[in-house]
Design a protein around this ligand. Structure first.
Ligand code: SF4
Length: 708
């Protein structure tokens, strides 16, 4: 802005995976405004969250002292209590007392019950360095691989399919490559709300003639720019996609040369899709056969076709199968390995790509090296100079089950360290998850606010907000970018990197990271070694200098590779492995008692569980209350007016919420964002898991809707 400020500090937006570069304008130790910077993902653009969602950092509810639960105050998962009234539940403590208790009790549980009694959730909102150190603490200090984060709720199934199919979980092409595409298929994604600046590149491309195909049970804003909109029936992704693949084969549009040279298992795929003609699938997915064929033809023959997808693909019990179909579609048409084509699972959180790369997942060390691969295991034992568990750990939802396991279960989880995540809002079937958290013998939560999860903690450690620390994050485009400290944390709050190291020291680890900002550069350099070739050429100094570097980046003079798989795929035989998929129904279908489908998701103004954005003045002013969206026809049928109150009930819980009319929502369905604690959508959701990615079915469960 033009106003006089004390300093301008360059950083990255802390919200979504687009990774817009920005500048914080600081006056009198307060961020007064934010400017978009000319980063490779945003070229100066910011959405409403990036531009106005910053004053949460100065909110009076910031935690400024370590807190310890008062003796005799029970954890009540059925009534979490008022987060502003935490003084009834917690007392303030010194850092030494809180850390000694936090780490001491975890150590006691580990020594008494063994390493599997502990688990840790890191955060996709933290830096790469925090993610790396957190997983290192769990693996080398707790002694197991029970470490995970919200990628499990996000793209775990996409990543499972991508690792299996193309050998890498990251995107093949960057978002702004849409300008080179002839067609972009946006499926299971609402980019205007969830990746807003990325959506602007799509809209700009459409204006220049790129055909957008929106395929989604909900017709969202991007539909206004679409050449074709396929509002398929929720849960029928595989039917639609197999019908497109069938059409490509049936109409002789296969890129036979590409398939012969670069794919395996084509015959099995071909055999499998025989039963999936557009004509056979039309009544199942609700899209006319001729439309399916027309879109498939255009996809196969355009100069470049690119698929961008979101949680609508991944959050199903058949999420991995959905993604397998996307991989098969680009492969049979040869639409991968060149500009303006390929696969782009739009990453949700600002650092969910980086946190996963850094090894914050239970089956992989940094850079997706499997913990049960003997070579990787031996390498990390030598690198970290300690014994490591070679068994994959439990995932997010499995950890909640293990917390409620009987005492006799040798893998019962008794103690947890949760950094910057809010599973008491983000997990499916919240009543179950909250009971699991409350049942822990010891829960340590590190966060900036008294979150719903922190209300169930024994010790709460006050952490730093994003503008208060220095570190790197990796966006959806594989760009490693640097955020710099613009403010000091309030009161006694501390940088997360400092807290992790203090916890590690008290768990008995001899770490000694040196240098400014809690040794962040030294941690980064260690992580760079652990990731081998992936970010070999991206030194800390280089990110400081260049602001943003894309990986793979093999050497100091490698500019980074925006498009990958040009020559081969990082699979064992260098080819795509095609994996056929069949129709698997949702785990819970509507019936007479619960006749509506619940679809959960996000909205433009509020981020995930709302802990930051609902405390950002402008964003809260735009969307102050929880709303459920329903089709006008359903409202009429139920005798409802927009603004009325409804009760939405599933087999697991119920919420009371204000209804809003949105004719983009399909009939017999209700859409609820999960950001609102007072009407928490995840009280309703189904914890059934995709068997490969272990991701819950957030996008489909059965609910009843009643007025009042
Ligand atoms: Fe931030 Fe994403 Fe908006 Fe960019 S598009 S300003 S990264 S929330």
């Amino acid at each position: 802005g033009a106003q006089a400020v004390d300093r301008k500090v360059d950083s990255v937006c802390p919200f979504c995976g687009v990774g817009c570069l920005l500048t914080y304008n600081v006056k009198d130790e307060v961020i007064v405004s934010v400017d978009g910077r000319d980063g490779p993902a945003n070229h100066g653009r910011l959405c409403v969250k990036g531009r106005f969602g910053f004053d949460y950092a100065h909110h009076p509810q910031r935690l400024t002292k370590p807190l310890i639960r008062k003796p005799g105050v029970p954890k009540n998962p059925d009534a979490l209590g008022d987060p502003t009234n935490w003084r009834e539940m917690f007392r303030e403590a010194s850092w030494d007392e809180a850390l000694d208790l936090a780490a001491g009790k975890l150590k006691f549980l580990r020594d008494t019950h063994g390493p599997k009694a502990l688990a840790g959730f890191g955060s996709a909102k933290g830096s790469n360095e925090e993610a790396y150190l957190f997983q290192k603490l769990v693996r080398t200090g707790f002694g197991s691989n029970n470490v995970d984060h919200c990628t499990r709720l996000c793209h775990a199934s996409s990543v499972a399919a991508l690792l299996e199919g193309v050998g890498s979980g990251a995107v093949s092409n960057q978002v702004n490559d849409v300008e080179h595409a002839g067609l972009i298929l946006v499926i299971g994604s609402n980019p205007t709300a969830n990746h807003p600046v990325a959506a602007t590149w799509m809209k700009n491309a459409a204006r220049r003639g790129t055909k957008i195909v929106l395929a989604d049970p909900r017709v969202t804003d991007i539909g206004k720019y679409a050449w074709r909109t396929l509002q398929f029936r929720a849960d029928t992704d595989v039917a639609l996609l197999n019908a497109m693949i069938h059409t490509v084969i049936d109409e002789g549009l296969v890129d036979a040369d590409f398939v012969a040279r670069r794919a395996s298992n084509f015959e099995a795929l071909k055999e499998n899709v025989k039963g999936y003609s557009a004509e056979a699938m039309a009544p199942i997915c609700g899209i006319p056969a001729e439309t399916i064929r027309e879109v498939a033809r255009e996809f196969a023959t355009s100069k470049g076709s690119m698929i961008l997808w979101g949680m609508g693909i991944s959050q199903h019990v058949h999420g991995t199968d959905n993604a397998r179909c996307l991989i098969a579609l680009v492969t049979v048409t040869g639409q991968i390995g060149k500009p303006g084509s390929g696969l782009h699972p739009l990453r949700g959180q600002n650092n969910v790509q980086g946190a996963s790369d850094a090894g914050l997942i239970p089956m992989m060390y940094p850079n997706y090296q499997r913990v049960d691969n003997a070579k990787a295991h031996d390498w990390f034992e030598a690198f970290w100079n300690t014994r490591l568990d070679s068994q994959p750990g439990y995932t997010v939802v499995e950890i909640m089950h293990k917390a409620l396991a009987p005492d006799s279960d040798p893998h019962k989880i008794r103690g947890m360290y949760i950094m910057g995540e809010n599973p008491a809002m983000s997990d499916p079937d919240l009543n179950h998850a909250r009971h699991a958290l409350a049942s822990l013998e010891h829960l340590v939560v590190q966060d900036i606010f008294m979150t719903e999860t922190a209300l169930l903690a024994d010790v709460v450690l006050p952490a730093s907000a994003w503008p208060e620390k220095t570190g790197t994050v990796t966006n959806t485009d594989r760009m490693v970018q640097m955020g710099r400290r613009a403010l000091n944390p309030p009161g006694d709050a501390r940088p997360d990197l400092w807290i992790i190291q203090e916890m590690a020291r008290r768990m008995g680890l001899a770490w000694n990271y040196q240098g400014p900002e809690c040794g962040v550069a030294e941690v980064y350099e260690e992580m760079r070694q652990a990731m081998h070739e992936a970010i070999e050429g991206i030194t800390w100094e280089r990110i400081e200098r260049e602001q943003s570097v894309t990986y793979p980046c093999l050497s100091a003079d490698d500019p980074g590779q925006p498009t990958v798989f040009v020559d081969d795929f990082p699979t064992q035989d260098g080819r795509v492995k095609l994996v056929p998929a069949d129709l698997i129904p949702a785990n819970e279908r509507p019936d007479a008692d619960y006749p509506f489908v619940l679809i959960t998701g996000r909205q433009l103004e509020h981020w995930h569980t709302g802990s930051m954005t609902r405390r950002a003045t402008v964003l809260d002013a735009i969307e102050p209350i929880a709303t459920a969206s329903m089709n006008g026809a359903d409202l009429q049928r139920l005798g409802l007016q927009p603004g009325d109150t409804i009760t939405v009930k599933s087999r697991r819980g119920e919420v009371v919420i204000t209804v809003r009319r949105d004719d983009g929502t399909p009939t017999n369905a209700v859409f609820i964002p999960f950001a609102y604690y007072e009407a928490a959508a995840n009280l309703l959701t189904n914890p059934a898991l995709d068997p490969f990615g272990k991701i819950p079915e957030f996008k489909y469960c059965a609910v009843a809707v009643t007025p009042g």
